[in-house]
Design a protein around this ligand. Structure first.
Ligand code: PLP
Length: 384
């Protein structure tokens, strides 16, 4: 199979070979329902317990604080809907740049009588201090702000925001899906009540996520049944995926520092090349993930560029992969005040453990060739 250079690591990642090796027995000879009271069940239970300890250790949490889910989207839904279900309707505040799996459940709560407020971001994509103060004055009950944005890579000062929210009496949740494995993520240092993780963004399998949650917070489950995961997520556990998630967490955090430095070097070279081609890089003023570049140029269409890059052998994204069926420009860029025409040209390149300098140089050469071609076509169309 023709394999384009993969530059879309924020969308998903290939399975880490050691993760695969740890999972394989659980897709083959080892099996068991972790609730069964026999040897097969006990072995499955102990594999899950081991994975839970690994996930907890990766984020400085206690194993009892980790609730396994099927994905990050489910964990975000579990916190927002599960917390709201046990409260009387109040004010839910989310940042204006959240992933759809926070925005959509938030809209569902609004239909159920909750007030919903989006916290504004500044031109760099960071929470706007004045709007945050106004939100706190409005006495929110629940707040959700992502640690790292999937499109721009912008990091928020979650520890400070969580501290403010707690003082105001709110429960604070953070979606840490894009941060895990790219920057240090520590549940206690962040000081949040709950945070969301996902396995497939860090070399783990699809089909596993987690909500890390302070045990004092009560939630209503989205899926009721046999009472697995402390009654918060019924359903027979996906042992292979959970085992893979545990090993992926261990691997991603063990090599984090060196890998972050290496990726930042590649990212800087990529951005220098893009700027030389006249591209505008979003959020350079803000602290960002080391692997993510979101850029655009006036007059280009992001979807067209991504399709042409794909044909040239480079897989990247226009806006967020999860919303690429949606022709609307990135809501993150619009929230940052970027003009619609510029936002329509946005392309995201996200790097990962297999990305090399040769990949970056190859991408830049292909990109320059393609944009020159497009410029020539535009010039011809104007003349004719
Ligand atoms: N949150 C963020 C910031 C994401 O980027 C994604 C996936 O792209 C998710 C949540 C959803 O995670 P999952 O794909 O595991 O449902």
């Amino acid at each position: 199979m023709f394999a384009p250079v993969y530059l879309d690591w924020n969308a998903t990642t290939p399975l880490d070979p050691l993760v695969r090796a740890a999972m394989l027995p659980w897709l083959d000879s080892r099996f068991g329902n972790a609730s069964s009271r026999h040897e097969y069940g006990r072995q499955a239970r102990s594999a899950i317990d081991e994975a839970r300890a690994r996930v907890a250790a990766a984020v400085g949490a206690h194993a009892t604080e980790v609730i396994f889910t099927s994905c990050g989207s489910e964990a975000n839904n579990l916190f927002i809907k599960g917390a709201a279900a046990l409260m009387k309707p109040g004010l839910l505040a989310i940042s204006a740049i959240e992933h759809p799996c926070v925005r959509e459940p938030a809209k569902q709560l609004r239909r159920g009588g909750w007030a919903l407020r989006e916290i504004a971001v500044d031109a760099a994509g960071r929470i706007a201090g004045d709007d945050w103060k106004a939100v706190l004055d409005a006495r929110p009950t629940l707040v959700s702000v992502m640690l790292a944005n999937n499109e721009t890579g912008v990091l928020q000062d979650i520890a400070a925001l969580a501290d403010d929210a707690k003082t105001a009496g709110a429960w604070f949740h953070s979606d840490a899906v894009q941060a895990l494995g790219k920057i240090p993520v520590d549940f206690r240092t962040l000081g949040v009540h709950a945070m969301t993780l996902s396995a497939h963004k860090i070399g783990g399998p699809l089909g596993a996520g987690a909500l890390v949650i302070d045990k004092r917070i009560e939630l209503a489950p989205l899926i009721a049944g046999g009472g697995q995961e402390r009654g918060l997520r019924s359903g027979t556990e996906n042992v292979a995926a959970i085992v893979g998630f545990g090993v992926a967490c261990e691997r991603a955090t063990a090599r984090l520092e060196d890998e972050a430095r290496r990726l930042a070097g590649l990212r800087d070279r990529l951005e220098a090349g893009l700027v030389a081609s006249g591209m505008r890089i979003f959020s350079v003023e803000a602290p960002r993930l080391p692997n993510t570049t979101f850029f655009a140029a006036d007059g280009f269409d992001g979807e067209t560029l991504v399709a042409k890059l794909d044909r040239a052998g480079f897989a990247c994204a226009s806006g967020s992969a999860c919303s690429s069926a949606n022709p609307e420009p990135s809501h993150t860029l619009l929230a940052m005040g970027v003009e619609r025409d510029v936002a329509r040209g946005a392309v995201r390149v996200s790097l990962g453990r297999d990305t090399s300098m040769a990949d970056v140089e190859g991408f830049l050469a292909a990109f320059e060739r393609l944009t020159n071609e497009l410029n020539k076509l535009t010039a011809m169309a104007v003349q004719s």
